[in-house]
Write a protein that binds this ligand. Structure first.
Ligand SMILES: Nc1ncnc2c1ncn2[C@@H]1O[C@H](COP(=O)(O)OP(=O)(O)OP(=O)(O)O)[C@@H](O)[C@H]1O
Ligand SMILES: [Mg+2]
Length: 373
């Protein structure tokens, strides 16, 4: 149930004042029935504004929103068939946690027995069974947040909007609930938008991730696509931990060899046939590029990138080695345990197939792993 189509939506706060805030710009996004989409981005990028427009707590300044083929952006919130769990707690203080969670079920005229059973099962799933008879002011922030999430999830709705639903919880509990919530959303075929800051959460829960920055959608793709084929330098460096290393470089090619002259004196040479013909052709016209190299693709051992070890940390399952190269620090991740003394000389290499190339001016992707973007 529930296909959501957002078309060309803008949100401008205080449009007639001196300094209007353009919080969301020309946003177009489709969430398929039963799909879980994560809205991922830094603070202030427009995530909550987007959810509030879908739920009807904010007007759209421009554009349309439809659910199951029905335009909903002009309807009252209660007529949209959308359930939302809010970022800030929004429980009714005079009602117990159980009464809060059952609120919409009562309005939907479910029998007391049915409603009680749903609330009980939801409370068990969210580990809040012990506080059902308490009032919101006498439970913790994390408990209130889970009650708000439970209140949204027990409802029958065409669309579920979850705004940072686990932001207040400790990592262990988050990890447990993540699995349960995903199972629940799948089992009930819930079309869902989940807002989060947390890449791990987005990767674990979502079918597709919409990356936003400055009110603008940067890329909407599966977790794997975002990693392997970032659409631009922003997504490339935003997705992935530790972040992608980026070098600015001039490109030269004589048909046999492609040379990247990195600012600061390092040169990477590759036989042109290690890149696809269209990429070599494209690079022959390109003067400057930004080269992105994931830390996992930057290997220690004989190679053209020469530097000094800044730090070397074994994390129990991988080693992070920070290296100063041409006046800046880059990071290499090795799967095995590596010991390197701070200050020692080190060489690194990267395969042509692991390069991400971006336009130096626009940041748009040119090529990934030897093929065109
Ligand atoms: N009611 C409002 N009036 C004016 N500006 C607003 C209002 N609400 C949000 N904004 C501004 O709009 C932009 C987007 O805010 P929004 O709350 O959507 O961000 P967010 O991505 O949810 O951030 P966070 O991760 O911090 O929750 C921000 O610059 C914010 O200051
Ligand atoms: Mg927010």
């Amino acid at each position: 149930m529930g296909e959501l189509v957002i078309s060309n939506v803008d949100k401008i706060y205080r449009p007639r004042r001196k300094a209007p805030v353009h919080a969301v710009q020309s946003l177009s996004l489709t969430v398929k029935p039963g799909e879980i989409t994560a809205l991922l981005g830094s603070s202030g990028c427009g995530k909550t504004s987007t959810l509030r427009m879908i739920a009807g707590f904010e007007d759209v300044s421009h554009g349309t929103i439809s659910l199951d083929g029905r335009d909903i952006h002009t309807l009252a919130p209660s007529a949209r068939g959308v359930a939302m769990a809010f970022e800030a707690y929004s429980l009714y203080p005079p009602l117990t946690i159980a009464e809060n969670m059952a609120f919409a079920l009562k309005a939907a005229k479910l029998s007391t027995a049915e409603s009680d059973a749903k609330v009980k099962a939801m409370a068990e799933m969210l580990e809040i069974s012990d506080i059902l008879n308490k009032y919101p002011t006498s439970v913790s922030g994390g408990q209130q947040q889970r009650a708000g999430l439970g209140r949204a999830l027990v409802r029958k709705a065409g669309l579920y909007l979850l705004d940072e639903p686990m932001g207040q919880l400790e990592p262990q509990l988050r990890a447990i609930l993540r699995g349960r919530i995903k199972h629940y959303l799948r089992e009930h075929k819930c079309t869902t938008i989940l807002v989060t800051h947390d890449q791990t959460e987005a990767n674990a829960l979502a079918d597709r991730i919409a990356v936003m920055e400055g009110g603008i959608l940067q890329q909407y793709a599966t977790p794997a696509e975002l990693k392997l084929r970032p659409a631009n330098l922003f997504t490339g460096t935003f997705i992935g931990e530790p972040p992608m290393n980026v070098f600015n470089a001039g490109v030269r090619t004589d048909g046999k060899t492609v040379s990247f002259a990195i600012d600061g004196g390092v040169t990477l040479d590759y036989p042109a046939n290690e890149l696809s013909a269209p990429v070599s052709n494209l690079l022959s016209k390109q003067q400057r590029v930004a080269i992105g190299i994931r830390p996992h693709a930057l290997h220690l051992g004989k190679g053209p990138i020469k530097g000094k070890v800044v730090s070397c940390q074994w994390l129990g399952d991988q080693t992070h080695v920070a290296v100063e190269v041409a006046g800046r620090t880059i990071v290499s991740v090795a799967q095995e345990r590596v010991s390197q003394k701070t200050g020692s000389d080190i060489e690194l290499n990267v395969a042509a197939g692991d390069l991400h190339l971006f336009d130096a001016a626009s940041g748009g992707a040119l090529a990934h792993g030897g093929d065109l973007a």
